[in-house]
Design a protein around this ligand. Structure first.
Ligand SMILES: [Zn+2]
Length: 562
């Protein structure tokens, strides 16, 4: 089981060899806690270290790693478990672990069960070679040696020389490896594969998950130090993470729609201030739309400057399919003539000299729901926006799918009626042909509905009026909503079959003030779905509102900042 121990034990008394094997067995699959204080730390005190050791032993640590004979002797009075003894020695900023045999002998006399030895191939002025120290520990002290190394080559050399355990301790602490500040999993894997003596994972193990993973990779035991025994290091980690969050600056979010361009200053919690809105004037084409965009952004920049705020970047939501790679408009409908092919990201970045991200407007609404709405507590969901068209997005594992060209989640253009009504995408029977502002007006009129007093001028206003009538129980308006609900349920049931999400969230002008509509769609979906009563599909009204596009575009900038 432990061939190297058996080999080195062959040179020493039989009874002593058995004891060595027993010590190593006690460490197997366990947590060893390194109980040390940083030089100058208020905890650097023998009695304090002894108390820390008692505390972790009471918790179930199978062994301890302790610096200096004094600390070992103090702890040994309370504990009979294996103690890995080390003597740290500093010279010109470099650290050496147990640099000579005299230190090893003192650790042994104080009660160490294993001596850890620096087996890196660094030069140590006038020092004893580690090979001769290791040989004398075996022969004169009759104790096992743990080789602390930084590289695979050093590990192989140490095990060939007779080390009883080899530990990754010094990876990240030698000149050759000092660029690494995380545990080196491939080093551990290589050592386990190529070395027959027990391999110990030590150095930069900072969480219970990492410790457990090290055993899965094949470590004999795991040594954890700072993450358990150094309050200063632990507190500094908390403070660092909190400061990092605090320096996330507000950003400008913009939403370019068919009728208006909305913009605002968005803070990391999603709150929008300095809101401004300019007409899109889409019929004027690309230049006019871009001019409106610049006007809105300039307004926010000037207002922010007055408040002494410097926005970190620019997030732009736009109608049309957005190329995720370069932030250009891959395709756009006639709602934004001439918009397709526009290098939107490049244009805005150059014009305002701010880091810029671009996203489809429906996708932006989904991001707003993911970060600031009901999606905060969900991992997998699909969001649908009902308005002039039907937009949507799919979130999987808290990531929004964008697709190669930005078309992922085009829920409005999946067919629910083969050969059905004409859709503006060129096909027939798409969900969008049945559930939209225009569809609501059509269903209303087909049921004899008409609006005479104060005729609304556009479809959005007319749909709003129908929605108000439905809330008062007007038969034609209620009937129109019921018809839309039937169609929408077909589409939403398809979504549940495709993705089995935790929830489908519905937003947009058509569902505002229509909570019963969303509830009825959910009930209908449950009736349509295979095992629907058992699955209890969750269909809810989204919580993000009219500024969802502005908020969602901003989240891309926050992500990049973090
Ligand atoms: Zn379509």
């Amino acid at each position: 089981m432990l061939p190297q121990v058996e080999a080195s034990a062959g040179k020493i008394r039989e009874g002593r060899a058995k004891e060595m094997l027993h010590v190593l067995d006690r460490l197997r699959d366990g947590l060893v806690v390194s109980c040390q204080a940083a030089p100058g730390d208020p905890l650097e005190n023998t009695d304090t270290i002894r108390r820390i050791a008692s505390s972790v032993v009471a918790a179930g640590a199978v062994g301890l790693r302790v610096n200096s004979p004094e600390h070992i002797a103090a702890i040994r009075r309370d504990a009979d478990l294996p103690i890995i003894g080390i003597q740290k020695r500093y010279s010109k900023g470099a650290i050496r672990i147990t640099p000579d045999f005299a230190s090893a002998a003192a650790l042994a006399a104080a009660g160490a069960s294993i001596i850890a030895l620096d087996c890196t191939d660094r030069a140590w002025p006038n020092g004893e070679p580690w090979r001769s120290i290791m040989e004398r520990i075996h022969r004169e002290l009759e104790l096992p040696v743990m080789a602390d190394i930084a590289t695979l080559e050093e590990a192989l050399a140490a095990s060939a020389a007779g080390a009883d355990l080899v530990a990754t301790t010094l990876h990240g602490y030698t000149e050759q490896t000092c660029k690494n500040h995380a545990f080196n999993w491939s080093l551990l894997g290589d050592m386990v594969a190529q070395i027959r003596v027990p391999i110990v994972a030590e150095g930069h193990i900072s969480s219970p998950e990492e410790a457990s993973r090290a055993l899965s990779v094949g470590a004999w035991c795991v040594i954890v130090g700072s993450a358990i025994t150094r309050p200063a290091t632990i507190a500094a980690g908390f403070i660092h993470a909190m400061n990092k969050r605090a320096i996330v600056n507000p950003v400008i979010g913009v939403d370019i729609g068919g009728t208006s361009i909305k913009a605002g200053l968005v803070d990391p919690a999603g709150e929008v201030t300095l809101i401004t809105q300019v007409p899109t004037q889409a019929s004027g084409g690309r230049e006019v739309i871009a001019a409106g965009l610049c006007e809105a952004i300039e307004q926010i920049l000037s207002d922010a400057k007055e408040q002494g705020v410097q926005p970190f970047g620019l997030g732009i939501a736009s109608a049309g399919a957005i190329d995720a790679q370069d932030g250009s408009v891959f395709a756009a409908t006639d709602n934004l003539p001439g918009w397709a092919g526009f290098q939107l990201r490049g244009f805005a970045q150059e014009r305002f000299n701010l880091p810029t991200w671009v996203v489809n407007d429906a996708h932006a609404a989904v991001l707003a729901e993911l970060h600031f709405g009901l999606g905060r507590n969900l991992s997998d969901f699909v969001a649908i926006t009902l308005g002039t068209g039907v937009g949507g997005g799919v979130v999987c594992g808290r990531k929004l799918l964008s697709g190669r060209h930005g078309f992922a989640g085009s829920i409005g253009h999946h067919v629910i009626r083969e050969g059905g009504r004409e859709c503006n995408c060129g096909r027939r029977g798409c969900l969008e042909a049945y559930v939209s502002t225009a569809a609501l007006i059509r269903e209303y009129k087909e049921r004899g509905g008409s609006i005479t007093e104060g005729q609304p001028v556009d479809d959005a206003a007319l749909a709003w009026k129908i929605s108000q009538l439905a809330a008062t129980g007007d038969p034609a308006a209620s009937g129109a909503y019921q018809a839309l609900g039937e169609y929408l349920a077909e589409g939403v049931a398809n979504i549940f079959n495709l993705f089995d999400p935790e929830a489908v969230l519905i937003s947009g002008g058509l569902v505002e003030g229509q909570p019963q509509f969303v509830t009825r769609v959910g009930e209908r979906v449950a009736a349509l779905l295979h095992f629907g009563r058992k699955r209890k599909p969750c269909v809810r009204a989204a919580t993000s509102g009219r500024l969802a596009g502005v908020q969602g575009a901003a989240t891309l900038v926050f992500e990049a900042q973090r």
